[in-house]
Design a protein around this ligand. Structure first.
Ligand SMILES: [Zn+2]
Length: 542
């Protein structure tokens, strides 16, 4: 771990802390494992119906959250409403018949969704690709600051771009090439879809690879067979790429094998600066229909107005949405999302309650924010940041959580996106008081910093922290924690088995919430504005 340079502002904070404040301790003690458990049990119950936007589960969830915000002492954040409407369009895509690829003179049928997982973010009702050329475009990245352009040698207009997941740094390990093992935003599938649209491609297929994606193929497969939610396009918005999706590693091997290529070799070549995209000689045909339902879903937020600077605020956030009722697995069809994201909502409510319990109001405001449609691409939080109840320049910090594992007390405080802002240093002090250490996310290749709602805030320049105990159990050590995490990610994550279980241990989340309360308290009772660190890709937004 790198040494910390503690900024002056943080020293001041620590000095204030040394004064020892009984009322902070009392407030912190209102954060309890029992209440975290109760919230998680309720939010993960079948009665919430998997908390999916546009379903009866949405009404039940948002009303429950608004009720709890009121009960713990918060006021509505949007004028006199707890709710903010987020205009969305739900697109149900049906691929008609097989996807046919003609390669080396013969036709290969690709099964949907097992070989290819196709989505269409288009407002067109019918999309057809007729024998369009497939072009292998390396990682599908245009990154001027790295002097990198995977499209410089080809024109993919009207064609199907086939690209690799993640960015070259992961596969070379060279920290001077992109950011080495740490995924840059260029490695994210959303960024690749955006680039394909800019290039005018008619379709983009990402070759799946578990290490580079950060999850196995079942995740995009499942996402492709459920209706997709998108922000409703405004007039003048750029057209999205009309056919987007993934090709499984096995299907890609068959296809490229038939063309006389080896994917591993192509990947190695694509990591070189002199790699040139090429027409594969294969072509793809498919037809799909889209049906659109315009609707709006609700963000939920409460505010505890500051005593002297109510126009400045911190935001504590955790998305409320999950996947509703879907494909049955082991006799269960309700995607409860107890860990994704019940435990984090519980964490946020408990931090909020600690603030609300204090007789003396903090100087700045505290906003508890439960965004909708995180699972569909951070839609609720990006809408909130574009239409905030408090000017975005005056949102001084954001604390988000997602997938908070209830595994008991941890020695570590894992920071995803470590090194981005001074919030790291503030958290380090709070963690030290709990005898814990900060741990940069050991798997930065999965791009988790771009995968939950804090990213919407970071993208708008608001310093945002995504941190939790995760890797080093106080009782059972690291290997045990890694095994438990893996069990969750392979057995429960985005599956009906993400239920509340009585054996969940909330003692660690209690400590996490108390540490974040500690950091957040000093920010709202001071005029500190945590800064981005030099070199952060978000440092120059404000
Ligand atoms: Zn989540």
């Amino acid at each position: 771990m790198k040494k910390f340079i503690v900024p002056l502002a943080v020293m001041a904070v620590v000095a204030a802390a040394c004064g020892g404040n009984r009322s902070i301790e009392k407030a912190s003690a209102t954060i309890t494992a029992k209440e975290l458990r109760d919230y998680t049990r309720i939010l993960g119950a079948d009665s919430m119906m998997g908390r999916k936007p546009f379903t009866p589960g949405e009404n039940i969830t948002v009303n429950y959250l608004a009720g709890e915000l009121g009960r713990i002492g918060f006021s509505p954040a949007f004028g006199n409403s707890w709710f903010q409407e987020v205009p969305l369009v739900e697109i149900t895509t049906k691929v008609q018949g097989p996807v046919v690829i003609t390669a080396a003179g013969s036709k290969m049928e690709m099964t949907v969704p097992d070989d290819v997982a196709i989505e269409s973010p288009s407002m067109k009702e019918f999309v057809e690709l007729v024998d369009i050329p497939m072009v292998f475009c390396g990682f599908g990245i245009v990154a001027p600051e790295y002097g990198w352009n995977d499209f410089s040698a080809v024109d993919v207009k009207g064609k199907c771009a086939v690209v690799l997941i993640n960015d070259p740094g992961l596969y070379t390990g060279d920290s001077a090439l992109f950011r080495g093992k740490t995924m840059t935003y260029y490695g994210r599938w959303t960024c690749k879809y955006e680039e394909a649209a800019r290039q005018g491609a008619a379709a983009i297929l990402i070759i799946h690879e578990t290490a580079g994606a950060g999850y196995d193929y079942s995740i995009p497969r499942k996402s492709s067979i459920s209706p997709g939610l998108y922000q409703e396009p405004a007039p003048g918005d750029p057209e999205p790429c009309p056919v987007t999706g993934w090709i499984s590693a096995g299907a890609a091997d068959r296809l490229f094998g038939a063309l006389g290529h080896d994917i591993e070799k192509l990947r190695r070549e694509a990591c070189n600066r002199d790699f040139k995209a090429f027409e594969t000689g294969a072509s793809i045909s498919l037809q799909l229909t889209n049906s659109h339902i315009r609707n709006s879903s609700l963000n939920v937020a409460g505010i505890l107005p500051g005593s002297t600077h109510p126009e400045e605020a911190i935001v504590i956030t955790a998305h409320w949405d999950h996947f509703g009722v879907g494909e049955t697995e082991n006799g269960d069809s309700i995607y409860n999302g107890a860990v994704d994201n019940g435990t984090s909502m519980a964490w946020a409510l408990e931090i909020g309650e600690a603030f609300a319990s204090m007789k003396k109001r903090p100087e700045r405001s505290v906003i508890l924010f439960f965004p909708t449609s995180e699972e569909q691409g951070l839609l609720g939080s990006s809408w909130f940041v574009a239409n905030p109840p408090i000017r975005v320049e005056n949102l001084v910090a954001c604390f988000n959580n997602d997938l908070l594992l209830p595994l008991g007390r941890m020695k570590d405080f894992m920071v995803t996106g470590y090194g981005q802002s001074e919030l790291d240093d503030m958290l380090a002090r709070a963690a030290m008081k709990q005898n814990r250490y900060l741990l940069p996310d050991p798997n930065p290749e999965t791009g988790m910093y771009f995968r939950s709602d804090h990213f919407s805030f970071a993208h708008a320049g608001v310093p945002a922290l995504f941190a939790r105990g995760n890797c080093d159990s106080r009782e059972f050590g690291r290997e045990w924690a890694a095994t438990r995490e893996k069990e969750y990610l392979t057995g429960r994550y985005h599956k009906p088995a993400d239920n509340y279980y009585p054996e969940m241990n909330f003692d660690g989340i209690t400590e996490d919430a108390r540490a974040v309360f500690d950091v957040a308290f000093y920010i709202v009772t001071s005029d500190i504005r945590p800064a981005w660190k030099a070199g952060s890709e978000f440092a120059n937004i404000r």
